[in-house]
Design a binder for this molecule. Sequence first.
Ligand SMILES: Cc1cc2nc3c(=O)[nH]c(=O)nc-3n(C[C@H](O)[C@H](O)[C@H](O)COP(=O)(O)OP(=O)(O)OC[C@H]3O[C@@H](n4cnc5c(N)ncnc54)[C@H](O)[C@@H]3O)c2cc1C
Length: 420
Amino acid sequence: MNYNNENLPIAVIGAGPIGLSSAVNLLDAGLTPIIFESGDCAGSNLASWGHVRMFSPWSYNMDPKAVSLLKKQGWDEPELSAFPTGSELLECYVLPLASHEKVAPHLHLNTRVVNVSRQYHDILRNEMRERAPFVVRVSNPEGDRDILVQAVIDASGTYQTPNWLGAHGIPAIGELTASQSITYGVPDILGSCNKQYAGKSVLVIGGGHSAFNALQDLVKLSDQTDGMRVLWGIRGSSVDNIVRSPKNDELQERRSLEVHIQKLLDEGKIEVFTNIAIEKINCENDKLIVKSHSSQLPPVDKIIAATGFRPNLQLLSELRTSIDPATQSPVNLGPLIDPNLHSCGSVPEHGAAELSHPETGLYVVGIKSYGRAPTFLLKTGYKQVKSVTSKLANQVIDDDPVANRSFSCDDVALNRSCSA
Ligand SMILES: Cc1cc2nc3c(=O)[nH]c(=O)nc-3n(C[C@H](O)[C@H](O)[C@H](O)COP(=O)(O)OP(=O)(O)OC[C@H]3O[C@@H](n4cnc5c(N)ncnc54)[C@H](O)[C@@H]3O)c2cc1C
């Protein structure tokens, strides 16, 4: 078999902020991306949490290379110190980038990648493996197709694979049966999902900022509607360990959310249940009864699972990946981001070396690269992409921060804050 891969494009899976950044960086390096996006627009995961205000400012949320590309076509740069919502990030940055004349021709919407392999090589076969092109199996309304590419950048995110409520990491008994009354992620409680929650008893599970956002909105809704009850279940023994930022926290968005949650707790607007490890969810008389090892919670109408996300590794299961057994990130990145090891969540910069797999030419970037660790920031993702694309282009970039291995106090502070 003769292989000549150089003229093949590089697949980018996902047109979120990091996938689009990958495409821009590839184009800048003279390489050709082919971007597959399962949604009907770029950034479709962002649209799901569009109502949430981000705690990192615009200056952290955009790729410098993409910004300079956009500026060339007369784009209005947002105020860099302001904090966008997910929708603002989508409308003011992601969509203009996706429709840019240099990017748009490479973007395939409504096209889901269902598998990736290597041509004529299952996972077992060694012979000339590294020279075989990748086969990307895509599915779109016209059917399934196999597309050959020279390398793969997987930036497909984690938002579509949320964690279960079950404390063992698998669904609680009864969780699947109760799924119609459970929302995973951060529903738009004051907007499009308003009717689902008005007048209801709602239990929020989770101890991160997604839970704070849901609780804040539920209390606001309960101020406007009669008969609501807002319950909060956490794993730990006290909320003090969760609503914990120092008073002089420079991250004003995070701090003000935490101060607000503390105020709502002090006012008794949220009922807190600690030491919750969900084992069972029963449906009785149209109510959900959550059973934890230590207690049974009051019956509720709805549950919001703000329990984080996990990567879809099935997509890459025919490739030789090396995955950290705990975080499910690339194995070399795992120790740098493992929340069991880093309580403060500080994450040093990293790049192609940490993101690589035994399968040459495969990189997982963006929030998916963090696996189950909750500390990912867009700013980190843009640096990952810069390193990965320069590796693919075989370039050495003098000012590559990954090579310098330095990281700023700002990065550490922001990483500490990220538990969306
Ligand atoms: C509520 C919330 C708040 C956050 N706040 C911040 C913040 O303040 N600051 C910060 O830096 N980070 C924040 N994050 C974390 C992170 O930056 C975002 O999740 C960001 O969207 C990650 O970008 P991404 O491009 O890696 O993934 P995504 O934005 O999730 O993009 C992945 C894309 O891939 C597509 N896709 C998925 N599977 C496939 C497939 N099989 N084939 C083709 N396409 C596919 C999806 O449709 C999606 O468009 C937040 C996250 C959440 C959930």
